[in-house]
Design a protein around this ligand. Structure first.
Ligand code: FAD
Ligand code: SF4
Length: 517
């Protein structure tokens, strides 16, 4: 195996997997190092008890919180990264999300680039990840240069009823953009079978637009430019004596320590692990960690202020693919609350085993059939409020490399306001409905362990004293080091982060290709 490449990418998720495809298709010699393996294709992919109760695809990592308490983060280390498990909701950030926005708890900072700078890359990202949607329904939607590449996924009857009920109250529900390889008007020839396992499960039949299926695999099969090494856990980046250039990447692989080099090195390990790798690579020239003269590496961690609201209604909900409606009517506030509240979308349809996974203690004695009965009447909503990038919300590491994630929530009041509004609308539509809140994603709580939307630990900016990366996502402090996962985001908005990470990776790929030529 060669040891020197044009570009070496560490991590194969939304950022790294997409970048690898772009660079390999442009003929660059790329090495992609991924600490995980291929996610096994096995019947358990779609087994709720295995996925939600046994946490079959969750890494064994143990991190600490700011009080020193240990917890197991919901991390997924596979080719494709966290996108193997994601719900494939593919949103563009709103135009105002790129500007300074005042929230109830403070300021969400402006980006060094505007929405118009990202727009062409959002269009390419939507094409690459098979995004289905319909423009013109969502009042907060930013302008787009092209329609969605694929038609919206149709609402099933219960979801259409919900949409009609919302519309009758003056709201503007819209078809949620989702990345699935679906041909709804010709299902016998569609890769996606429109099942109820899209959100939180891997797709057994590889029909979901994840970074393995849309990034890594196409690049491996169409070119010889990409070399992928799985189970390759990068330990440390070594610089030359000036500290300006990464000269070696040290990797643990099959019990051995290997070393690779490249003209350009790209870190894309996910926001927490990218910060960890940079901090663990401290040396004489970079005593606080690589690229960390600003002391910003690891800081400004965000992951959304999220909540799941389950409305158990009298009428049954037979929906299979539930992730079709979403609402942004309260995104930037309303006449009674002049601050952003956030975004509402449906989660994948829950079942009894999933509810037992979220609430193991509470449901310990409840038989699965009883939980299934509740789930069959449930409407499951995902509420997402922007959290602010606080300097003290940060990733740090000890000498053994163990991560401490210090986090204090922000915008709780905005999240509560959003919940009240949804509950009021549901109360009006379904009088007598019992609304119950539950907390989802991993374990029993949408707490610090729910790291799915982690971002912001290496933010980009014009000022090297307040940011880690420049506008091309190159470290201010080094000549050949880049970061392209969700770490680069100065703020997280209230919509899902992947499409922006993917669009950014495509944008950075153009810069890297130009630089190499
Ligand atoms: C259950 C779930 C549902 C979600 N749903 C959505 C959704 O519907 N829409 C949306 O936009 N987002 C969703 N997300 C979030 C989305 O998956 C992430 O935002 C996205 O994957 C982040 O991309 P990334 O490149 O930053 O990191 P990742 O995708 O996590 O990739 C990082 C990769 O780096 C590897 N790695 C880490 N450290 C090392 C190392 N030292 N050496 C080598 N490799 C390393 C990891 O194994 C991993 O493969 C969801 C996430 C989860 C968990
Ligand atoms: S809905 Fe389609 S893409 Fe999603 S898990 Fe099912 S088959 Fe796969």
């Amino acid at each position: 195996m060669d040891t020197h490449y044009d570009v070496l990418i560490i991590g194969s998720g939304a950022g790294g997997g997409t970048l690898a495809r772009c660079l390999a298709e442009a003929g660059r010699k790329v090495l992609l190092l991924e600490r995980g393996g291929w996610l096994p294709r096995e019947p358990q992919n779609w087994d709720s008890a295995e996925v939600f109760q046994a946490n079959r695809y969750v890494s064994p990592d143990i991190w600490k919180d700011k009080n020193g308490n240990s917890f197991q983060p919901g991390s997924h280390y596979f080719v494709g990264g966290a996108t193997k498990m994601y719900g494939a909701a593919h949103f563009r950030f709103r135009e105002r999300d790129f500007e300074e926005v005042t929230h109830i708890d403070g300021i969400s900072p402006a980006w060094p680039l505007r929405y118009s700078d990202f727009e062409p890359y959002y269009a390419k990202a939507e094409l690459m990840y098979h995004v289905h949607g319909l423009r013109g329904e969502d009042p907060t939607e930013p302008p787009a240069s092209s329609p969605y590449p694929h038609p919206p996924v149709a609402h099933e009857p219960r979801m259409q009823q919900l949409v009609d009920d919302f519309r009758s109250q003056g709201l503007h529900p819209f078809h949620m953009p989702v990345g699935v390889n679906l041909v709804e008007d010709n299902l016998p020839f569609s890769a996606c079978v429109k099942c109820n396992r899209c959100d939180g499960f891997p797709c057994l039949i590889h029909a979901k637009g994840d970074a393995e299926v849309m990034g890594v695999r196409p690049a491996l099969s169409a070119t010889t430019s990409l070399t992928l090494l799985t189970h390759a856990h990068v330990q440390r980046l070594i610089t030359d004596s000036s500290g300006h250039t990464v000269t070696q990447v040290e990797v643990e692989h099959a019990g051995e320590l290997l070393s690779f080099s490249a003209d350009l090195v790209v870190v894309s390990c996910g926001a927490a692990n990218s910060a960890r790798l940079l901090l663990m690579s401290a040396n004489d020239r970079h005593p606080r960690g690589l690229a960390n003269s600003s002391d910003q590496v690891g800081r400004n961690y965000m992951y959304h202020n999220c909540k799941v609201v389950v409305a158990v209604a009298h009428e049954p909900n037979h929906t299979v693919f539930q992730k079709t409606p979403a609402i942004n009517d309260w995104y930037f506030g309303d006449q009674d609350f002049d601050y952003p509240m956030g975004h509402v979308q449906m989660t994948g349809k829950t079942n009894g085993a999933m509810i037992k996974g979220y609430k193991p203690k509470l449901t310990a004695v409840a038989p699965a059939w009883a939980m299934d009965k509740i789930a069959s009447h449930a409407l499951d909503f995902w509420l997402q409020t922007e959290d602010l990038p606080l300097s003290e919300n940060r990733v740090s590491v000890d000498s053994s490399g163990q991560i401490t994630l210090s986090y204090t929530p922000t915008n709780d009041q905005a999240s509560e306001q959003l919940t009240h509004r949804l509950e009021a609308v549901l109360d009006k539509a379904y009088a007598g409905t019992h609304i119950a809140e539950r907390e989802i994603y991993y374990g029993s709580a949408m707490n610090i362990a729910a790291v799915g939307h982690q971002s912001g630990t290496c933010r980009f900016g014009d000022n090297p004293s307040t940011s880690v990366l420049d506008v091309n996502c190159k470290a201010h402090d080094l000549d050949n080091l880049y970061v392209v996962d969700t770490s680069f985001m100065p703020s997280i908005s209230a919509v899902n982060p992947s499409l922006t990470a993917i669009a950014n990776a495509i944008r950075v790929s153009e810069h890297l290709i130009e630089r190499l030529s």
